[in-house]
Design a protein around this ligand. Structure first.
Ligand code: PEP
Length: 252
């Protein structure tokens, strides 16, 4: 059985103190009401250590939102995969469309980041997704499969077991425009078939594929009920404990 995951991506929001409060709030609500999925908090680098200390490790896992494409050395301002791991975080989000769009992260840079994350024992939440013009041209399947192939298909099946995929149509991120459950399911099925073609059915069946893009309490249940959707990567709705729990609750 593949893992169901609801992961928050705080992006560049919350001071350290606000982040600790948010993590406390999520921890309390999950402790009180339970979760039938793995809950992950994706936080800015500086929050990681404190958030790891704040949450109950049996209830909530912690993720970075990025890591460097170099192991160590003279790369001022960068944070390595080893540094992320040393905070107690277990996951790292890589390939988010905002990183691709605003920071020029290409498939080949992402390939380096993935290798370093895995070499340092992190699990990778790897984001893929088409922009609006690609969706309008009917190219979404082509775009996502090439993103997966270019950055991930050099991995062994054993390494690939540490990859969680997150399909995030870029036109749905932070826009309030969610993909319909049918649109999302169609692409998730294509992604799973692409993984099966490379690694076989068993690996594909065990691969967690999250949906991301304006996911909220009101649409999570329908999205997560789709056969190939195994949870969500949540931006805006992860910034308040009640909103985030409303999505986690879709699995209760
Ligand atoms: C995201 O940034 O990964 C995301 C899905 O954002 P939002 O939920 O705000 O659309």
């Amino acid at each position: 059985m593949r893992k169901k995951i609801v992961a928050g991506n705080w992006k560049m929001n919350k001071t350290l103190q606000e982040g600790i409060e948010l993590a406390k709030g999520v921890n309390e609500i999950v402790k009180k009401n339970g979760a039938n999925c793995t809950v992950v908090l994706g936080t800015p680098f500086i929050h990681l250590t404190e958030v790891v200390k704040t949450v109950d490790a049996n209830l909530i896992k912690v993720s970075a939102e990025n890591c460097a494409d170099k192991a160590s050395g003279a790369y001022t301002g960068e944070v390595s995969a080893a540094m992320v791991k040393s905070t107690g975080a277990e996951y790292v989000i890589l390939g988010h469309s905002e990183r691709r769009q605003y920071y020029g992260e290409t498939d080949s840079i992402l390939k380096e980041k993935v290798d370093l994350a895995l070499a340092n024992g992190l699990q990778v939440i790897f984001c893929i997704g088409e922009v609006l013009a690609e969706r309008e041209a009917g190219k979404q399947n082509e775009v996502v499969t090439s993103q997966v192939k270019n950055a991930l298909f050099h991995l062994s099946a054993e390494q690939f077991a540490n990859i969680v995929l997150a399909y995030e149509p870029v036109w749905a991120i932070g826009t309030g425009k969610t993909a319909t459950s049918e649109q999302a399911q169609d692409v998730h099925a294509v992604i799973r078939a692409c993984v099966a073609e490379k690694y076989g059915n068993e690996v594909a069946e065990n691969t967690t594929i999250l949906y991301g893009g304006s996911c909220k309490a009101s649409n999570a249940k329908e999205l997560f009920a789709q056969k190939d959707i195994d949870g969500g990567l949540i931006g805006g709705a992860s910034l308040k404990p009640e909103d985030f729990y409303g999505i986690i609750e879709a699995y209760n």
